[in-house]
Design a protein around this ligand. Structure first.
Ligand code: MSP
Length: 647
């Protein structure tokens, strides 16, 4: 039977502005999941969306919609991004899913019944963007210690979780299990910054917000969003339900991938909750740093986002996946720059791996018409190449188990470089000149094909679209390109046939590309500015009551005649039929419409506007039009009856 392996990402706040920083965790978890599948594990990879809480409630309010409608609309954007990035999850949880809501209510009740949740009153500070509570002393210069933003004073009746009770057990656990939090310095951070100073009980319900899971035995309260969110890792597996096969099989998780800003929740609150429920703790928390831009955490609000949809469509998911995984050392931040990314794509993927494949395949075609002869003759440099290539699998395995994906990739690319060097050392084009050395030439090319097979097999977890194409080009069948064969040499048939294909990673013109990307970024900034101006305009308009609106009588009317007004260049004189009678209206649209454009069209008329004289014309009403940039566009309603009331 296959061994189970369970890996998770955090569940993301639904957003249509996910950036390249958000991609790291999912792409890393996806690569590990794929690698473990390759190794023969029965893998479950879970991701999803965290849909409750004050932050969403406020955003929905701003958008003038209900929170559920709001999240329903944008959750697709998260899924679209994972599709684009080839993130192939086995489970996707939404915390608004019915089974999750019920399970959270049961867990809350269970903790209450066990005495680990009790009722009290909370007085303190709340950071809405982080959905976190803080005491006065935890604030940094009066602001949120995590994100530096404003906090709000909160005072309300709430339920508390007895976090303090677990302080000693947690400290002992973290100290006794150095593998629990990776990298190790993060475990020290948890102990020194949080556990040693002492844990306070945690407020786990709110009465001042409505958008959350109601506490079923006290419905004025909704469950604190982090308690709700953290349980996703077990509710999706059927914990608390009759269908708990997945839970029995996959819990405890092998790895929770999380970024450093949410480590505290995963290293302290979540394990304490699991202890309170008498459940085993996850085996590893792999805590990664941030992708930064000019030294700051990448975020939409900083206006420095590099859009993964733009990058993914330009270079392909594999190149982006490779770059972000290769750049970030677990634990440290990694600074993102388009230039570094493009140079890396060129050096490692186009010149390194891509070139190795295309040169090798081209030589097999040129010297042997695409199929190698079966005679072999060993020579200098072979042993070193073979030893390096066959040792690769075990070091990649190690690095994957330590979630050090940058090192796993570095190891693979060392072998790619070794193979490119082998081409220079053996100089097949020189051997080809000597008719008596056909067997030697075939051996050199075969060794290269074998090295490509091994590296492409191991890379297929990281670059799932391109590697199957590479394997196809070197003539490796599915059975050859398995994990089992990735530390063996001599797997491809001796008379293997290659198949030339497209360049796997086309070289990018760095200067031209940077110019184009900068233009896109500038344009985005312009769009942002425009939206900000619009927002100011819309929000600056005084509100009116429905009574005020009802005073305006809007009617469909038909333009029967139209002529310019001699004394006023901007005005047109319109004769309009309002369903009862004809009337005259002067309208400032002469620059945009000729009489022919208008006669016979139906428009919206403000019919009860007091008549006014405009350049000698008595204007009885006004027609509705929109200002679109420099243009004015009349609103036409041609399929409506004159006289129809608009309300
Ligand atoms: N909803 C919570 C997680 C709940 S898990 C029970 C949350 N969501 S998030 O959408 O804000 O972030 C999702 C993940 O992306 C988090 O691990 C977060 O730290 C990570 N990142 C957000 N910006 C990032 C970078 N710039 N770089 C790397 N990871 C980043 O937190």
């Amino acid at each position: 039977m296959k061994k189970p392996y369970y890996i998770t990402t955090p569940i993301y706040y639904p957003s249509s502005n996910l950036h390249i920083g958000h991609c790291y965790c999912s792409v890393a978890a996806d690569s590990i999941a794929r690698f473990k599948k390759l190794q023969g594990y029965d893998v479950y990879f879970l991701t999803g969306t965290d849909e409750h809480g004050q932050k969403i409630e406020r955003k929905a309010e701003e958008a003038g919609t209900t929170p559920k409608e709001y999240v329903d609309k944008i959750v697709a954007a998260t899924k679209d991004l994972w599709k684009l990035m080839d993130v192939n999850y086995d489970g996707f949880i939404r915390t608004t899913d019915d089974y999750h809501v019920k399970a959270v209510q049961k867990i809350f009740k269970e903790l209450y019944d066990r005495g680990d949740i009790y009722k009290g009153e909370y007085k303190g500070w709340y950071c809405t963007p982080c959905e976190s509570f803080f005491t006065e002393t935890q604030l940094k210069d009066g602001k949120c210690p995590d994100c530096g933003r404003e906090v709000e004073l909160t005072s309300e009746e709430c339920y508390f979780f007895r976090l303090s009770k677990y302080q000693d057990r947690l400290t002992e656990y973290i100290e006794a299990h150095p593998e629990f939090i990776q990298p190790a310095f993060r475990a020290k951070e948890m102990i020194n910054n949080f556990l040693k100073p002492g844990l306070e009980d945690l407020c786990v319900s709110r009465t001042s917000i409505k958008w959350g899971i109601p506490v079923d035995f006290d419905p004025d309260h909704v469950v604190y969003v982090w308690l709700d969110a953290l349980t996703n890792y077990i509710t999706k597996l059927g914990y608390t339900t009759e269908n708990h096969e997945l839970f029995d099989k996959f819990w405890p998780a092998d790895v929770h991938m999380v970024a450093k800003d949410i480590m505290r929740f995963h290293a302290i609150i979540w394990p304490a909750m699991l202890m309170a429920l008498d459940l085993p703790l996850p085996k590893h928390l792999a805590v990664h740093g941030w992708i930064t831009f000019n030294g700051q955490k990448m975020s939409k609000s900083l206006g420095n986002v590099v859009d993964p949809f733009v990058l993914g469509k330009r270079y392909g998911a594999d190149a982006i996946r490779y770059h972000i995984l290769r750049e970030m050392a677990l634990g440290a931040d990694s600074s993102f720059s388009n230039e570094i990314m493009i140079n890396r794509i060129n050096s490692d993927l186009a010149n390194g791996f891509g070139n190795l494949v295309s040169r090798t395949v081209a030589m097999v075609e040129k010297y042997f018409g695409g199929t190698l002869p079966t005679e072999r003759e060993g020579g200098e440099f072979d042993d070193d190449l073979i030893a390096t290539a066959t040792a690769l699998k075990s070091s990649v395995d190690d690095f994957i188990d330590k979630t050090q994906l940058n090192n796993a990739l570095a190891e693979i690319f060392k072998v790619v470089s070794r193979a490119n060097k082998y081409i220079d050392e053996t100089a097949p084009w020189v051997i080809a000149k000597d008719e008596t050395k056909k067997a030697r030439l075939a051996t050199v090319l075969y060794n290269l094909l074998e090295t490509i097979r091994i590296t492409a097999t191991l890379l297929s977890a990281f670059m799932p679209t391109t590697m199957p194409k590479a394997l196809e080009q070197i003539g490796a069948c599915e059975k050859c390109a398995t994990y089992e064969n990735a530390d063996k040499f001599g797997v491809l048939p001796l008379d293997v046939t290659v198949k030339k294909g497209e360049a796997l990673f086309p070289r990018i013109d760095v200067e031209k590309e940077i110019e184009e990307l900068n233009a896109i970024i500038k344009n985005n900034e312009k769009v942002d500015e425009k939206t900000a101006k619009l927002k100011e305009e819309i929000e600056g308009v005084a509100q009116i009551g429905i009574d005020d609106f009802c005073k305006v009588d809007l009617r469909v009317a038909e333009i029967k005649a139209c002529e310019p007004i001699k004394k006023a260049k901007k005005l047109l004189k319109l004769t309009i039929y309002d369903g009862v009678k004809e009337r005259t209206v002067a309208s400032g649209i002469a620059k945009f419409y000729t009489p022919d454009d208008l006669i016979g069209r139906k428009i919206i008329l403000v019919s009860n506007l007091k008549p006014a004289k405009l350049c000698g014309v008595e204007s009885c009403g006004m027609i509705l039009a929109a200002t679109c940039g420099e243009e004015i566009k009349v609103i036409f309603v041609d399929d409506m009856e004159p006289g129809s009331k608009i309300s």
